[in-house]
Design a protein around this ligand. Structure first.
Ligand code: ATP
Ligand code: MG
Length: 420
């Protein structure tokens, strides 16, 4: 028997949901354009190396969540779990690194083999931006301001809080790493198996653990603030005062680390308490080492990604699509005329839905069901006179209208004016 269930963690997006997603995407794209970001798209799958090296072998994503397979040519491929690595790969392979700064917006599906729950899926969708080639904190500020603007435009600015942290430059990070190894090494027996692994490879990531035991131990770990060098502190101060000047409020969260290994300096998340455990709607930061790590020149970068499903769940229902006009042919003469007339009216910008089958009563029921504003009835007698019957489905009133006058009469009705 064919299994009719979608694969665990995947879902069909029916029209109402797609409209919500589309509004998120269109709002984000329009806002991104205001900041000079251009949309781009990379393939949904890449060579596995594109993700493993930059994201880090010991992150959850690479260790547990990637959809990796060998294809029929023997290539090792992975469905993208995120899009920063893909964008950077594309920037390098298309030789765009000469033309910095580069500003890109993207949206599309991502894939992670996680435990599905509310707001967490195996195929999900992200919008995101990347700003490559600007080392100054102005880039961090602009990218956060854009994220904030999108959340405001979606009407959820009041429901999220911006959390901010710095991961310092590589020197600060190395010093902090040492301090963390010292601290956690004294308490290994209390750490989860995963975090014992992280302790060796990337102890910072223990802060990202969702295990209660790890969180308890992490609470008393040394603070990054005590290990930041002057340069890192200065950078963070400039980001903070820049946000202040734009009236973008934030909460410092010294335990905020990003899931991926390649972040430096600024790390931030927009979080909400309205989605249960899946509270992060947008996350990002600076990734100054990434382009070089992937084989390109030394170029800084900063960006964020946001989960479309989580954003869509927080937004009010979008306005309904335009109500159609129903075209209802009656009898043999009406049928062939109907599709031609439908095209003519669509050419004039009307939304026309054709009733394909059933008797008149049935087609009128259908017209009401689809929420049509009006029905155009193509009866033989009317057509013989070069006319149709136009019925206002709101009032039930009906009148004969010549084909020549139909577009103007329809316009009046669609624009919400009283007909007849
Ligand atoms: P989380 O801590 O929730 O697992 P993350 O740190 O793994 O998030 P990122 O890699 O930063 O997430 O991705 C950016 C955004 O994409 C998240 O803030 C979230 O809104 C969304 N997202 C990530 N994973 C999923 C998923 N499995 N299903 C739905 N949305 C997701
Ligand atoms: Mg995750």
């Amino acid at each position: 028997m064919l299994s009719l269930q979608p694969v665990r963690g995947t879902q069909d997006l029916l029209p109402d949901v797609v409209r919500r997603h589309r509004r998120v995407i269109e709002t984000a794209r329009a806002s991104a354009e205001l900041y000079g970001f251009a949309e781009m798209a990379t393939p949904i799958f890449e060579f596995t190396d594109v993700f493993t090296r930059p994201i880090g072998e010991h992150t959850d994503i690479v260790a547990k969540e990637m959809y990796t397979f060998t294809d029929r040519s023997g290539d090792e491929l992975t469905l993208r779990p995120e899009n920063t690595a893909g964008v950077v790969r594309a920037v390098i392979s298309n030789g765009l690194t000469q033309g910095v700064p580069l500003k890109f917006f993207y949206s599309g599906p991502m894939f992670r083999h996680e435990r599905p729950q509310k707001g967490r899926f195996r195929q999900f969708h992200q919008i995101g931006v990347e700003l490559i080639g600007v080392a100054q904190p102005q880039a961090d500020i602009e990218v956060i301001a854009l994220g904030s603007r999108i959340l405001d435009a979606l009407g959820i600015g009041q429901r999220v809080v911006l959390e901010l942290n710095t991961l310092g430059d590589p020197e600060s990070r190395a010093a902090y790493r040492e301090a963390l190894v010292d601290y956690f090494s004294t308490r290994t027996s209390e750490l989860s198996e995963d975090s014992r692994q992280r302790l060796q490879r990337n102890p910072l990531r223990i802060f990202d653990s969702k295990e209660e035991t790890d969180r308890r131990v992490a609470r008393f770990a040394p603070d990054f603030a005590d290990y930041l060098n002057a340069e890192s502190l200065r950078f963070f101060d400039r980001v903070r005062s820049g946000l202040d000047r734009l009236d973008i409020s934030y909460r410092l969260n010294p335990r905020l680390v990003r899931g991926l290994d390649y972040y430096t300096h600024t790390a931030f998340e927009f979080v909400t308490t309205d989605l249960g455990a899946q509270g992060t709607v947008m996350g990002g930061g600076r990734y100054d080492g990434l382009v070089e790590m992937m084989g390109g020149p030394t170029l800084p970068g900063v960006g964020w990604a946001a989960g479309i499903e989580r954003l869509a769940m927080l937004t009010d229902a979008p306005p309904p699509p335009p109500r159609p006009v129903a075209l209802v042919p009656i009898g043999e003469i009406g049928e062939p005329v109907a599709l031609r007339l439908a095209e003519d009216l669509r050419n004039r910008g009307f939304t026309i839905d054709v009733g394909y089958s059933g008797n008149l009563a049935r087609r009128l029921r259908w017209a009401n069901k689809i929420g049509a504003l009006a029905a155009i009835l193509l009866g033989e007698d009317e057509l013989a006179r070069g006319a149709v019957a136009l019925r206002n489905l709101g009032t039930g009133e009906q009148a004969e209208v010549s084909l020549a006058e139909l577009p103007s009469q329809l316009r009046i009705l669609v624009d919400g004016q009283i007909l007849f």
